[in-house]
Ligand binder design. Structure first.
Ligand code: RIB
Length: 311
C-alpha cells in the first residue's frame, strides 16, 4: 500500500454528541404523534465521527473537545478508548454533554437537532496547546459544532506546525473570515456552500464554482451526496463520482467522507485518491444504520483502503 507513513497523526477539534436516533416511515406534522419503527442510541458528533473514521483507516487520531459531567461523558470516553482515539485533550466541564435527537425516514434521509451542551465550552487556548503538543501532526480537522474561535486557535497552531487544516463548515453557518483564512481545505455540501457564499451556487455550473473558489483562500472540495464530490482546481472542476448503493441511513456519511479524506491527505495519498477514499467510505456507511456504528470496521476499512489506494 503506497502510504508514506503507516500511521499519520491527525487531530480533530470538534464536537462529541450522543445520537438518539428514531427511525420512522415518515416524520410527524406539527402537533401530530406517530409510531416509529426503531430506535438506537449511539455515539456521534461531527468531530468524533470524523475522528473515528480516520482511526478505523489506521490514523493515529487525537480528539480535542469537551464533555459534560453526566452519564453520557463516561460512555463517550469508553467509546473513544474502544475506537483507539486518544481522548487526553477532551475536557470535562460542568453541565450536560452534547446530544443530537435524530429522525431517519424510510429511504435514509435524516433530520438532526444538535443541543451542544459541553461542546460550547471548549477552551481556545487549551485547543491550541493540544495541537502544539502533538508531535508530527499532519492534519487538523474542524467543523462548526463548537465555537469558531476554538477552531481558529487550533488551526493557527496547526499552521505553525505545517499541518494541513481542513474545515468542514457543518452545520451551515456564516464563517469568521479569519477562520477561512487559515483553512487549507474547505469541505461544504451544497447547503453549506450556499450559506457561506451568500448565494445559491449551482453545483453543475463549473464557472460559478470556479468563481467562488477563486475568491477564497482554501481549496474548495464540495460533497455532492450520491453524486460523489467535486474538487475545484485553478481552472477546472474535477468531479469524482460515487458508486451506486442503496442507502438505509445517511446519518454521518458526510463525516465519514471528511475523516477518510483527512486520513488520505495526511497519509500522503494525494488529493484525488484522498477524495476517492472519502467517497468510498461515505457510500459504504449509508448501507448500515446509525452514525459511527455505520462505519467500516477496521478490517473493512483496511480492505477499502487497499482497493482505493493499493493501485
Ligand atoms: O453528521 C452527523 C452528526 O451530526 C451526528 O452524529 C450528530 O451528533 C450531529 O453532530
Amino acid at each position: 500500500m503506497p502510504l508514506q507513513n503507516d500511521s499519520p497523526v491527525i487531530a480533530v477539534v470538534g464536537s462529541l454528541n450522543i445520537d438518539l436516533i428514531a427511525y420512522t416511515e415518515r416524520v410527524p406534522d406539527a402537533g401530530e404523534t406517530i409510531i416509529g419503527t426503531d430506535f438506537r442510541m449511539g455515539f456521534g458528533g461531527k468531530g468524533a465521527n470524523q475522528a473515528v473514521m480516520a482511526a478505523r483507516l489506521g490514523g493515529r487520531v487525537s480528539m480535542v473537545g469537551a464533555l459534560g459531567d453526566d452519564v453520557y461523558a463516561g460512555m463517550t470516553f469508553d467509546n473513544l478508548d474502544r475506537q483507539g482515539v486518544d481522548a487526553a485533550h477532551v475536557a470535562r466541564v460542568p453541565g450536560s454533554s452534547g446530544v443530537a435527537p435524530i429522525w431517519v425516514e424510510a429511504g435514509g434521509q435524516n433530520r438532526i437537532i444538535v443541543v451542544p451542551g459541553a461542546n460550547d465550552r471548549v477552551d481556545p487556548d487549551a485547543a491550541a496547546d493540544a495541537v502544539r503538543s502533538m508531535a508530527g501532526v499532519r492534519a487538523v480537522i474542524g467543523q462548526l459544532e463548537i465555537p469558531q474561535r476554538v477552531t481558529l486557535a487550533a488551526f493557527r497552531a496547526a499552521r505553525d506546525l505545517g499541518a494541513a487544516t481542513i474545515l468542514n463548515p457543518a452545520p451551515a453557518a456564516s464563517l469568521d473570515p479569519a477562520l477561512l483564512a487559515v483553512s487549507d481545505w474547505l469541505i461544504p455540501n451544497e447547503t453549506e456552500l450556499g450559506l457561506i457564499a451568500g448565494e445559491r451556487i449551482d453545483l453543475d455550473d463549473d464557472a460559478a464554482l470556479l468563481r467562488y473558489a477563486g475568491s477564497i483562500a482554501p481549496r474548495l472540495l464540495v460533497t455532492l451526496g450520491e453524486r460523489g464530490a467535486a474538487v475545484v482546481r485553478d481552472d477546472l472542476v474535477d468531479r469524482i463520482p460515487a458508486d451506486r448503493v442503496t442507502p438505509v441511513d445517511t446519518t454521518g456519511a458526510g463525516d465519514a467522507f471528511v475523516g477518510a479524506f483527512a486520513f488520505g491527505l495526511a497519509a500522503g495519498l494525494g488529493d484525488v485518491v484522498a477524495v476517492r477514499l472519502g467517497i468510498a467510505s461515505a457510500s459504504d456507511s449509508v448501507t448500515r444504520h446509525g452514525t459511527q456504528s455505520s462505519y467500516a470496521s477496521p478490517d473493512q476499512a483496511r480492505e477499502l483502503l487497499g482497493r482505493i489506494a493499493g493501485g
